[in-house]
Design a protein around this ligand. Sequence first.
Ligand SMILES: Nc1ncnc2c1ncn2[C@@H]1O[C@H](COP(=O)(O)OP(=O)(O)OP(=O)(O)O)[C@@H](O)[C@H]1O
Length: 743
Amino acid sequence: MNQPDDNELFNRLEAEMTADSGGEVVDLDKARSARDQSADSRPGESADPDADRTPDSGDDESEGKSAVMVDSPAPTGPGLMDRIRGARRREVIPAWAKSKPEFLNAIGWLGGYAGHSVAFHAVRVPWYSVRLAFQAPAGAAKFIGGTMRWVADAEGDPLRQVAARREDVEQYLKLSRQRDNRVKLRGILMVLGLILGPVLALVLFVLAPRWLDVLALALLTAGFGFMGAPADKPVITRAVVATEVERLTSGIVERALGALGIAEINKALGKGGEGIRFPAPITRDGPGWRADVDLPYGVTVPDILDRREKLASGLRRPLGCVWPEPVADEHAGRMMLWVGDRALNKVPPATWPLAKSGTASLFKPLPFGTDQRGRNVDLTLMYDNVLIGAMPGMGKTFALRTPLLAAALDVLTELLVWELKGTGDLEPLKKVAADYGSGADDETAAAALDSIRYVYKDLERRAKVISSLPKDKCPENKVTPALAANRSLGLHPLVLAIDECQELFSHEKFGKEAGSLCTSIIKRGRALGVILLLATQRPDKESLPPAISANVGTRYCLRVMGQTENDMILGTSTYKNGIRATSFTKSDRGIGYLVGAADEPQIVRGYYIDNPAADVICERARKARLDAGTLTGLAAGQEPERREAADPLLDDVLAVTPASEAKPWNDVTVDRLAELRPEKYGAWAEMEPADKARQLTAALKPYGVATGQVARRVKGKTVNRTGFERVHIATAITERDRKRDAG
Ligand SMILES: Nc1ncnc2c1ncn2[C@@H]1O[C@H](COP(=O)(O)OP(=O)(O)OP(=O)(O)O)[C@@H](O)[C@H]1O
């Protein structure tokens, strides 16, 4: 009998011989190796089921070429052992049980659930008692009726009647005999019960302590009470009402996929199609269901992501419950579909594990948020930089605040915090930061730039310290926890955070310098203990230098509108690969894709820590720093040194003086300045004209700009007032910038 493999071998030999022009002896080895080469050179064909064409097909013959077999006769692919070795091992202990916060969270939830149920029923005990007492007579009647029916063997009555109707004498007699026996036995038992019951009750009443009598009576009443309850009105109601969520089945997934309007899926689901494959069973995974799906040939996960809303409709679940994801290291059609019981944005946010107590170390993972399953997601800040981006109002500042608070709880960390929106969203960190500024004005931008320059300069010092250390102390030429803790070295973690960094990078005056310094800091700072945290709502080339976005290790992207923003924040081609922060909706605040914190991108909901909560945490961090003696800079009451560039006076004077006015008067200039920046120069404008002139003279003096009498003709008369030369201002600015660039 021919096996299929034998047939194939035979066919192949025949094909090879037919292809040979002169019917010569075929060198099988050569033919085989030629065939193998052909197969190798056309790998795509091996996957094609049609490649199994018979070798003697007319086409090949007509072309005079030998048919090339691309599938080997024996089953190919890894053997049993290889498959076993390559198999993915599932975790022995589930992830939630290994993570302390998650475990405590689960225990806490269980305790809370039990406590709520006990309290719920305890409050209702009097009502339950009243109901049971009222229902007890009905229950007792039910009990007596039931007992009588049992004694009389009422349940066998219908059978006996059927036998009688069918005139089946034998069956009828058999059943009657059985009934007589039963009634006799049960009657004896009832009589015994009627005698012993009252005697026992009497004995209990006379001899037992009172509490036992009461307990027995209560149990009897409760028992009869429960029996007497109508079937549709149970005595004890439920303490919690579970939300009913439909179980996810392969049928439901297929139904949803079939509703997407993708031709290949419809073909696969149609008559004669290969169907949708599920490489693993659909299982519960956290508070939801997980389905691993092999999409039909040619369909990729991004195709499904484009239609997430339709998929949610097909699954009959809210959009926030439906999370299709690509699976790293698998083919492009392998999808992990997670369907939550509740929409992610409706689940109450988890408490930050460090909110109430605890300290942090930037060398260790720090809690950043939770994934769809409610599991903690960590960020390790050391040796990394973080970029956060989103549309306005989606949770950037909240996301930036969390790692900053963690850094505040590491007493060794020096914090430099800049919030360039000017709303004070990061104000609590002022208590612990060595430098801090909040504002949308040029002054704050200049101060932030100063801070960047300080960090850049410190990089050089740190690099020198590291290179001077003996190899055994610093084997990898980077800051270690031990080196960071050695205060004399000054290698402690240094965190520079800039919220709304687009304001600085797109600043016409400071932008270029800020961009190039931050690029250097990002490239060189990692090993030297310097960490840059940037948050932006405008991730375009002008607002975020491409060199920065290309070199950041950890990226968190909340909702954005398009592919460009998505890829600017998360990295090139992430959108194409199905990592799409565009799929978040307006109500998905605080939810984003986190890339770089783990091997695979994760959907993370950031912890919700508002300003009052942050204030309490920073108070704790400040106390810890005071105890450790590490409170420095602004937080310790030392005003950070700012360079002249921080004061915009010269630039402002130049801005308000028209180029046509070579020698403006002081008092006129003060009025113009007040119009430009009322918050800064408003008070000057309220002075008398002479005082205004004196004020500006004094303010310009440190810059080497002298003032003097400037004569002008006003209404035919010559008027002399204090003024200055515009060209002197321009010269002073050039000189200042030259000095600053020289360092
Ligand atoms: N993790 C979170 N969970 C729930 N809600 C959040 C979360 N993060 C932020 N939000 C909500 O989103 C709102 C906006 O957050 P945030 O101020 O951080 O946004 P933003 O992107 O910085 O805005 P803007 O661009 O205007 O500065 C917050 O007021 C808060 O209610």
